[in-house]
Structures are given as structure tokens and as C-alpha cells.
Ligand binder design. Structure first.
Ligand code: IPM
Ligand code: MN
Length: 375
């Protein structure tokens, strides 16, 4: 019998459902061509789940995720739901609790400059002539996002104060630092840890613990940068970075900056994993409500997120390589969605998904051909 995997698919709001349709095209090809079977089950999440069931994270959805081998997530959020109470909002009531529930403390965002899209980067050609390939490792379930206390003191209508707590323990820093060092071993063996240790207590501990963990990885070169300097260095010379290791908030900010350096946030995938590499895979760009229903969104981030799902949660690295290669080749052929086009010559979401799926089957067929010739 074929080995099988179960994926919980959560299309969500905004462009989520449209780009998910394109990820299914890729899954279909993989199901037809390989000796394993991917079963999918869809569940509601975010604003759409709130509209149907009064909660952004219904129990049925959570149960479906618990029973799965991995979660493929679209995006959540939109104007319609911003005025709801915090626990009903799509981000704070669904995405963040999911990350917490499954202990997804590792967030991985690979940020590579595509050779065919260099002209989209806001950086001057001299700065990016050698390209860049950065792996952003972000701590995802600690720090100021979740630290307590968090709240408001209302003295009177005109005098309110609000506060959040940036807090990290040795254990939390150790486990994410280990991941960054381990992953760097498969790359250029350089880790740059980001903090604000000249001001923040939590950052001083971060720096100490990362330094201690680095002693177990003598082959890896570690350096530390203050976050303000890191934001500047990324623009000055992104090619100086290999793995960057960040707290939750700093990683959120810097990963958006890195994404823009590649030209479009519509291309950036994201993997959120627990210690067993069970994970949730999502485009980093969000629900883009202004593009919703227009068949204009770029499905590449969703398709590359599916690639990361194969790589990390299903441990099928060759499938991840095929998916990545099919995106690269489709771009090489000159196909562009609006966000990465000159504004005149572009194809729509459906067409881009179909082109990538077609390229994927060509690559697989070609590979089989080479293998059978060699036997
Ligand atoms: C991201 C997003 C989320 C975050 C939001 C939607 C809560 O910006 O994944 O980067 O801040 O983590
Ligand atoms: Mn973000």
C-alpha cells in the first residue's frame, strides 16, 4: 500500500482561498507521480470561521489540525473583523493561538534573491550583483507577543496607559538558537544573532545564551548585531548574511524588510515548526484584502510554503526541490503575476498556478527519463 500523509488545509480569508487553489494543482501532480499519497481535508479559519461559527478557531478546525501530519495555511484577517474583540479577531484569535497550541516556536523564512527578478529589488544593482540567500530564524511563541502582563490601565478617558512584556527565558533562547546553529551547518555556517542588548535586559540574556549555545557548534561563526544596525546592514549589503537569528518581534520586522529586498512579499514562504518539526506552513504576506477575488494575487508564496511542508514536516526533501525548481523555471520562462511584472505584461493567479504545475510535471518526467536512461 502507498504510504500516505494527511494535510489539514486552512485557506482562510482574503486571497487565501484563491492561492490555495493553485497549491492544490501542485499537490495533484505530486499525488499522480510519486509512490505516496497526500490526503487533504479543508477547515475554516479566521474571519470566515467567525462569520459561520462565531469563533475564528472552531474546535473542528483544531481537531482536524491535531489529526494531521502538517497544516497548510492560507491567510487570515481583513477590515471586516478588525473591530471585533481581541479573542475573536482572525490574527489574535486564530493564528497566534494555533502557533501557541502546537508549540511552533521555530519560524523559518528563506529569503533568496531570484536571478530573474533582480530588477524588482529596491536595492541598486551594484549592491545585489552577487545576490543573497538569507535564512531568517525567528522565535515564534515567546517574547513581547505573548509575554505577561499585558494590558491597560485606564485612569480616566484621557489618561490611559497600555503595556506589553518582552520576556525570554534561558530555555526559550537555547532551543531556538540550537535550531539556527544546526540549520547553518547545511549552509555557510554563519549565524548573526539580532538583539538590542545595549538597552534591553531580555536582549542581554539573549546574547549571553546564544553565545553559550555557540560553544557546541565550533564550526559555526557567530556574530551579534543590534537590531537597528541589522536593519541598516540588510540594505547596505544583504549578501553578508547567512542565517539570522531573531526574537519574535525583531524577526517579524526584519523578515518583512528582507522580503521586500527580493522585490515582492508575494514570493515569501514561511514554516512554523515545533520540536518534532510538525508545522504550519503559510505565505508570509498575509491576506491582501485589496486583491481578494480579483485573480491577481501571486500564488508563489503559497506554493513555496507547500514546498517547505514537504521539506520539514514530511521529510521529503526531493519533492521540496522539485517544487522550488518549478517556480524558478516558470519565472525563467518569463511568466509574471502583476506584483512582479512591469504592470502591463502579466498573467493571473490561475494561469500562474497552471504554468508552475505544468513545469513541475515536465521536470519530473524529464528526471524519470534521465533515470531510466541510466539504468
Ligand atoms: C507574520 C504576521 C503575523 C505576526 C501577524 C499576522 C499576527 O505578520 O507571520 O509575520 O506578526 O507574526
Ligand atoms: Mn509579519
Amino acid at each position: 500500500m502507498k504510504k500516505s500523509f494527511n494535510i489539514a488545509v486552512l485557506p482562510g480569508d482574503g486571497i487565501g482561498p484563491e492561492v490555495m487553489v493553485e497549491a492544490y494543482k501542485i499537490l495533484n501532480i505530486i499525488n499522480n507521480e510519486f509512490n505516496f499519497k497526500i490526503n487533504t481535508r479543508e477547515f475554516d479559519i479566521g474571519g470566515i470561521a467567525f462569520d459561520k461559527f462565531g469563533t475564528p478557531l472552531p474546535k473542528k478546525t483544531l481537531d482536524g489540525c491535531i489529526k494531521s501530519d502538517a497544516i497548510l495555511f492560507g491567510s487570515v484577517g481583513g477590515k471586516k473583523w478588525t473591530c471585533l474583540s481581541r479573542d475573536k479577531q482572525p490574527e489574535r484569535g486564530a493564528l497566534l493561538p494555533l502557533r501557541r497550541f502546537f508549540n511552533l516556536f521555530i519560524n523559518i523564512r528563506p529569503i533568496k534573491l531570484n536571478n530573474d527578478l533582480k530588477q524588482l529589488s529596491p536595492l541598486r544593482s551594484g549592491i545585489i550583483k552577487n545576490g543573497f540567500d538569507i535564512l531568517c530564524i525567528r522565535e515564534l511563541i515567546g517574547g513581547i507577543y505573548f509575554g505577561l502582563p499585558k494590558g491597560r490601565n485606564t485612569f480616566n478617558k484621557k489618561n490611559i496607559s497600555a503595556f506589553d512584556t518582552e520576556i525570554y527565558s534561558t530555555k526559550e533562547i537555547e532551543r531556538i538558537a540550537k535550531i539556527a546553529f544546526q540549520l547553518s551547518l547545511q549552509r555557510n555556517k554563519q549565524v548573526c544573532s539580532i538583539d538590542k542588548a545595549n538597552v534591553l535586559e531580555s536582549s542581554s540574556l539573549w546574547r549571553e545564551v546564544v553565545t553559550t549555545v555557540s560553544k557546541n557548534f565550533p564550526d559555526v561563526q557567530l556574530r551579534h548585531l543590534y537590531v537597528d544596525n541589522a536593519a541598516m546592514q540588510l540594505i547596505k549589503n544583504p549578501n553578508q548574511f547567512d542565517v539570522i537569528l531573531c526574537s519574535n518581534l525583531f524577526g517579524d520586522i526584519l523578515s518583512d524588510e528582507c522580503a521586500m529586498l527580493t522585490g515582492s512579499i508575494g514570493m515569501l514562504p514561511s514554516a512554523s515548526l515545533n520540536k518534532n518539526f510538525f508545522g504550519l506552513f503559510e505565505p508570509a504576506g498575509g491576506s491582501a484584502p485589496d486583491l481578494k477575488g480579483k485573480n491577481l494575487a501571486n500564488p508563489i508564496a503559497q506554493i513555496l510554503s507547500l514546498g517547505l511542508l514537504f521539506e520539514y514536516s514530511l521529510n521529503l526533501q526531493h519533492i521540496a526541490r522539485y517544487i522550488e525548481l518549478s517556480v524558478i523555471k516558470t519565472l525563467q520562462k518569463g511568466y509574471r503575476t502583476l506584483d512582479i511584472s512591469d504592470g502591463k505584461n502579466y498573467i493571473n493567479t490561475n494561469q500562474m498556478g497552471t504554468k508552475i504545475a505544468k513545469t513541475l510535471s515536465e521536470i519530473i518526467k524529464n528526471e524519470n527519463h534521465i533515470i531510466s536512461k541510466n539504468i
